[in-house]
Design a protein around this ligand. Structure first.
Ligand code: IMP
Length: 429
């Protein structure tokens, strides 16, 4: 048996850290790309050869010709999105035969999306989660209620009808009686679902076996997390979270790989903090600084177009994230966005009711009220987007990176200094 080479890549903050770009930068050396949780709520923007591509569902690795790409059982698959994204890629000349979908992945059905939006509206102001409206929560609810449809259920038309009839009766009762929505006609779901089944069938394969073989043969496997640790259903800022396990543990339930298969955990950290949707964010800067970061960093949701809240780097949240996931290395993204700031602040602690808190508070209400304690570091001038080595960065920018390494106790092995695949400083990732 060869030595394992299984990397797990996760977002360490509230998402949108630029994971897609890091996956893409590592891609040439990877043999198998895997997505294992979340669904089309993700938005991975990758710019390669001047072409911008946004993936919501497919692994970012699909941009690399010939590589095996896998959608694991932990993911919730939106068939329409899947077929649109694959069609777009094939139009761009990518080959088909290398994408495999787990039959055990749950399917996001049209009623999940209607329910997602209706439930958000019913929550009202102050109680909203700010979901992406992609049906993610209601689909996972069905999974755990043991009434969900899996990809394999779409493959058999009779079985599908048998399952769908009572399911839709229940969903329509919910929609009409509780949420005042129109019922969804059975045929409007069953007809397309049969077509999705036919279109998905060639992609369905034994993901567990494929991954086992890949690991045992020593092939380089990259597990691509979506969303991020602070949005984790268990460990995040509940209830302002997504409905899947976004931290490292989710990679095992979501693929069938075993903990001992894992070689490294890579955390992607953005050089500042952003959050989209509702929920507490201690370092948000609602004024000029936030605006500047939003514009310089293009901080608008890749899935929903919503403006993201922006603010300084939060080391308290990051330390929690590092500890929770056993992070081996950090990939730091968007360092260039901070260029030109006269000074750069870093949150090193939280104060609550006049006392400094230990660690990251469990309660979102407390997190919403903490006052960040900042340390101020010198900023740097000039454009760093052409820097290709750590040594060529301005002294202050190097100081910022070293400050983060020291504060987290984890080496920063990759630094993003611009949008392009080539605008990364690789320090041995
Ligand atoms: P859901 O995943 O659509 O249910 O949304 C739940 C929360 O997670 C909302 O605050 C969303 O804005 C957030 N969220 C979901 N996906 C992403 C993502 O890819 N990046 C950042 N936030 C996300």
């Amino acid at each position: 048996m060869k030595e394992n080479k299984v990397d797990l890549l996760i977002g360490a903050q509230w998402g949108d850290e630029g994971k897609g770009k890091v996956v893409d930068a590592m891609g040439a050396d990877v043999d198998v790309f895997v997505r294992y949780q979340g669904g089309a709520n993700a938005g991975h923007t990758v710019i390669a050869n001047g072409q911008k591509v946004v993936f919501h569902l497919l692994p970012s690795g699909m941009l690399y010709p010939g590589k095996l790409c896998i959608l694991g059982n932990g993911l919730v698959l939106d068939p329409e999105q899947f077929l649109n994204e694959t069609a777009e890629l094939y139009e761009k000349g990518q080959d088909r035969a290398r994408l495999v979908v787990s039959p055990h992945a749950h399917v996001v059905m049209p009623y999940h999306k209607v329910l997602d939006r209706a439930q958000e509206a019913a929550r009202g102001k102050g109680r909203r989660i700010g979901t992406t409206g992609r049906g993610i929560g209601p689909c996972y609810v069905d999974k755990y209620a043991r009434v969900g449809l899996r990809v394999e259920d779409l493959l058999d038309a009779d079985l599908l009808r048998e399952r769908l009839v009572p399911l839709m009766e229940e969903k329509n009762r919910l929609l009409t009686r509780l949420y005042n929505e129109k019922p969804i006609p059975f045929d409007e779901v069953y007809g397309p679902a049969r077509e999705w089944g036919k279109a998905l069938a060639p992609y369905v394969g034994d993901v567990v076996r494929l991954l086992r073989e890949a690991v045992d043969e020593g092939r380089h496997v990259l597990l691509e997390g979506a969303q991020a640790v602070l949005l984790d259903i268990d460990h995040g800022t509940y209830p302002y979270v997504t409905s899947s396990s976004t931290s490292a543990a989710g990679a095992f339930t979501g693929t069938g790989l075993a903990p001992r298969d894992l070689t490294r955990v890579i955390a992607v950290v953005k050089a500042y903090t952003t959050r989209v949707g509702e929920g507490p964010m201690p370092t948000k800067e609602p004024g000029e600084i936030g605006e500047r970061l939003r514009n310089a960093g293009g901080e608008f949701g890749a899935t929903t177009g919503r403006p993201r809240r922006c603010g300084w780097l939060d080391m308290v949240g990051l330390q929690y994230s590092m500890a929770l996931n056993g992070v081996d290395v950090v990939a730091l993204t968007k360092l260039d966005v901070l260029s030109g700031m006269p000074e750069v602040k870093v949150c090193t602690g939280y104060e609550y009711n006049g006392r400094r808190l230990e660690g990251f508070p469990a309660s979102p209400h407390i997190l919403d009220e903490v006052v960040p304690i900042y340390e101020t570091l010198p900023g740097w001038r000039g454009d760093i987007s052409g820097c290709t080595s750590f040594d060529s960065l301005p002294r202050e920018a190097r100081g910022y990176v070293e400050y983060i390494e020291k504060g987290l106790g984890v080496p920063v092995k990759l630094i993003g200094v611009g949008q392009e695949r080539s605008q990364t400083i690789d320090r041995g990732l």
